[in-house]
Design a protein around this ligand. Sequence first.
Ligand code: HEM
Length: 522
Amino acid sequence: METGTTSFCINLCLLLALCFATKWLCLKKRKTPPLPPGLMGYPIVGCFPEMMKNKPTFRWVQQLMQEMNTEIACIRLGNTHVIFVTSPQLARELLRKQDVIFASRADVLSARLASNGYLTAIFSPNCDQWKKMRRVIASGVLSPTMHQWLHNKRSKEVDHLVKYVFKQSLTNGLVNVRVAAQHYCGNMTRKLIFNKRFFGTGMEDGDPGMEEEDHLHGVFTILKYVYGFGIGDYLPWLEVFDLDGHKRIIKDALKKVRKYQDPEIDQRVEMWQQGMKKIQEDILDVFINLKDSNNNSLLSIEEIKAEITEFMLATIDNPSNAVEWALAEMINQPDILDRACKELDQVVGKDRLVDESDLPMLNYVKVCAKEAFRLHPVAAFNVPHVSIKDTTVGGYFIPKDSHVLLSRRGLGRNSRVWKDPLIYKPERHIINKDSKVLLVDHELRMLSFSTGRRGCPGIVLGSTMTIMLLARLIQGFSWTAPPNGPSNIDLVESDGGLLMAKPLVAHAVARLEPNVYLKLMQ
Ligand code: HEM
């Protein structure tokens, strides 16, 4: 009898426990919000096989999100939840409201290679090394004082740009704007860092030589493959086989870039060590002479080398791409080009070249550049942010370690936010005629420089390089489509990326007083 009562009690307890557990699980399930809509794919590989079948990835993601009619999606690649976002409201929740949670970076093969094991600012996860390098870049190199200190070097390079284009305008008038813009950015960055335009001897007339072309090619190759949805990035256990070749391509490109940079750095360090150099003249000198609290060198040579590579990656592609697209769009809409020229003629005149001190008065030129960043970002996605813990965004569950990719293209072309999103219309950025135009949008209605803890610290330098490039091209020359061809430029993106499918080649005729160019040629 006693045994019967005991077993009855045990059974009752088990039943109650079961009820509690079921209820608790139900409550828990109800409390955990769902993942954003998307695709989970197969165990272990996730949607990787499907992604490989649908290159380029950004067009596949865009199509999936359109089909699902969503502005946030979760696609599992390998074991990683990758969250894609095209809504400015959600973007603000991620990078402003929950910035602390999303301030880390993805630990992936391509980023590890590009940063030489996370020695640098852009690629490092949220750790002391990131804090150190971000401080070095933001306060050591990009401060207002440094910006002023480097003014002369920028000034020389914008002069060189006009000279470069002028010479071509004298021959058959046809200018490859992509080449001019990319070399301008490359030359500028080399000048700021190494105080020289060339690694080699350059060409006799001051144009870039083979070494500079090779260097630029390396920089653009790294930019194409870093965070390039490689197999090694999302299926690290396959990294050793390098099935898609990304690892080899990035390594070769890094070798190419560093082949030119590293000997310059070694040589300069030696000069300082041997007392042959005593005055700081460029960013490399600044890096070498930064001290920690014990008066020891703050940066190791390896850190300097890695950071200089990153500087190259950060500085060249955005301004050159934006200006190439802006000019192409403006040639197709001559009213816009005219209005920008008129502004330059009013503010600067025709007997001198536009200078950085004119920029505060050039709001229309600025919105022309800004509109190119909106409509034609150089990269489809922002640098990935990673969540350091589970959280909820827009009512969706975002698990710890998710990669969050804000879609630069998706934000800039979101039809809920922008009227006629596919039309190049610079005026849309003018709020009123007295307001100051900035290329950055902290509201994330478009993503140029991003915002928050991981936002770009190079806004001033990047904006100056971009606006000066556009302003000098527009002020210095009258631009039209090449004669003997279609009257409009073909505004088509390349299949695999967001550059123009064909480099912009346009016809340039000098439009300033001859003296202005003569002075540059002397
Ligand atoms: C027009 C030019 C430029 C554009 C459009 C641009 C854009 C961006 C973007 C979108 C990011 C990622 C922000 C995020 O993760 O949310 C970024 C990060 C960064 N940019 Fe720029 N950038 C430009 C120029 C520069 C320049 C000249 C520098 C100077 C070195 C620079 C240094 C950096 C660094 C260090 C980061 C990483 C910040 C971090 O992770 O803490 N950028 N930039």
